[in-house]
Design a protein around this ligand. Structure first.
Ligand SMILES: Cc1cc2nc3c(=O)[nH]c(=O)nc-3n(C[C@H](O)[C@H](O)[C@H](O)COP(=O)(O)OP(=O)(O)OC[C@H]3O[C@@H](n4cnc5c(N)ncnc54)[C@H](O)[C@@H]3O)c2cc1C
Length: 401
């Protein structure tokens, strides 16, 4: 098996990099580099530029706006976005509910929602997890009951990422409490966030940011055509969605960019370090670079062996990429934190605003955001299904344990 990129793939990488350099606002890249939160309008503007180029939903079927790329091209695209950095495609619409709609939804749902997802006219969030139903998602207690020509939804979702910006939420709700297995009584519903009875309460994370929320449904009435596919088949659609979600979670481009910044930082600060300390950091950096290369090759091998140019059924190998990718992301933020030492507590998220072009100020900012970044990235081994759950999947589906 040839694991090198082909000439065409290398040319494609250059094409993507050139597009990002020309089209992504430099202030947005700078914010991402400094771990600052993006405003909603910045993400929307970037997505619309991608959409004009036909790249906002590249993995979708071409008839719905997909780019017709191979899986390797999709990976190169993701890596270049993360390396630049430019905003990642917001997964909730384009990678989660979009594929569910074009695979299981009605024609009316496809026509209504897919173009709006690609152009980010609708911002989606994911209403799966509940207090007491995370890893054991099938235990969810939010209900949807039919009442005339409406569903009435009651319950609570939690950890709902960016719900504060969302126009729509896709919800798993129990529609048959008597089903023989709890997985069999769940349906998948599309809900307008402006519907009466929905309220959103922020959850502040340890790094001080506001990414996640609780979402409450208090007798929320939505039309019957909010249902995707068949009633009580929502578990199948949710599993399909979660498998797709994991494929993008190796985050090779992101880790590459962070390791390059660590290398620059280490060189700049090494004069003030003992050789023992400097060599220790250099060894950790080298080890991470090797591990990341191994992950990149594994990802390439995985994608090359898949023939379908779009996410298909959940593949347990995606769990392997998710585990290793998230471990490396966490190890890079830990290394950055250790190099920054006490400077990581200076909290320079604000002071970085005026640092453009000034090497020392940029370095200070990077150090000052190291602690926040370290704490924030503890999440990557939890969301999308925790790493322990991914190990269970590998044990059952690959090792047959
Ligand atoms: C930052 C962030 C954003 C998120 N965004 C969203 C979102 O937008 N929408 C959404 O629906 N959800 C979201 N989630 C929820 C996420 O999917 C859940 O947190 C995750 O599935 C774990 O569930 P839990 O938090 O209930 O933990 P629990 O399921 O209670 O697990 C607690 C611990 O026990 C371990 N554990 C549990 N069961 C097993 C088992 N069988 N074997 C071995 N170990 C086990 C877990 O690995 C974990 O370490 C988000 C989570 C985070 C942290």
């Amino acid at each position: 098996m040839n694991l090198d990129y082909s000439v065409e793939e290398l040319a494609f990488r250059e094409e993507v990099a050139a597009f990002i350099a020309a089209e992504c606002d430099s202030a947005v890249s700078e914010k991402l580099r400094r771990n600052l939160e993006l405003d909603k309008h910045e993400i929307v503007a970037w997505t619309r530029r991608l959409n004009r180029r036909g790249w906002a939903a590249p993995h979708w079927p071409v008839e719905w706006g997909g780019a017709g790329w191979t899986l390797v091209q999709q990976m190169i695209f993701r890596d270049e976005i993360q390396r630049a950095p430019a905003p990642d495609l917001l997964s909730f619409g384009v990678s989660m509910v979009g594929p569910v709609i074009y695979t299981f939804g009605s024609e009316a749902q496809k026509r209504r929602f897919l173009p709006r997802i690609a152009n980010m006219d609708d911002w989606w969030c994911q209403g799966f997890s509940e207090p007491g139903a995370g890893s054991d998602l099938a235990s969810l207690r939010t209900t949807a009951r039919r009442d005339g020509n409406e569903w009435v939804i009651s319950g609570q979702k939690t950890w709902t990422t960016l719900a504060q910006h969302a126009d729509w939420i896709f919800v798993l709700a129990r529609t048959d409490a008597q089903a023989a297995r709890k997985q069999q009584g769940i349906s998948f519903l599309l809900v307008d966030m402006r519907t009466a009875g929905i309220s959103v309460r922020p959850i502040k994370t340890i790094d001080g940011s506001h990414e996640i929320n609780e979402v409450f449904f208090d007798d929320v009435r939505v039309p019957l055509d909010a249902l995707v596919g068949e009633e009580n088949k929502g578990w199948d659609y949710a599993r399909f969605l979660l498998g797709n979600e994991r494929i993008g979670q190796a985050r090779v481009g992101l880790s590459k960019a962070r390791l390059a910044r660590i290398r620059t930082l280490l060189e700049a600060r090494s004069a003030g370090m003992t050789s023992l300390r400097r060599n220790g950091f250099a060894a950790r950096l080298a080890e991470l670079e090797v591990e990341l290369s191994a992950l990149e090759i594994t990802q390439l091998r995985f994608l090359s062996s898949r023939t379908v140019p779009q996410p298909g059924r959940p593949d347990p190998l995606a769990s392997l990429l998710k585990i290793r990718g998230s471990e490396i992301v966490q190890a890079t933020t830990a290394l950055m934190l250790d190099i920054a030492g006490l400077d990581s507590l200076s909290g320079s998220a604000e002071s970085g605003q005026d640092a453009a072009g000034n090497q020392d100020a940029q370095e200070l900012h990077l150090l000052g955001s190291a602690a926040a970044s370290y704490f924030n990235h503890r999440k990557v081994s939890i969301y999308g299904g925790s790493n322990e759950i991914q190990r269970n999947i590998i044990a059952q589906a690959i090792l047959g344990v």
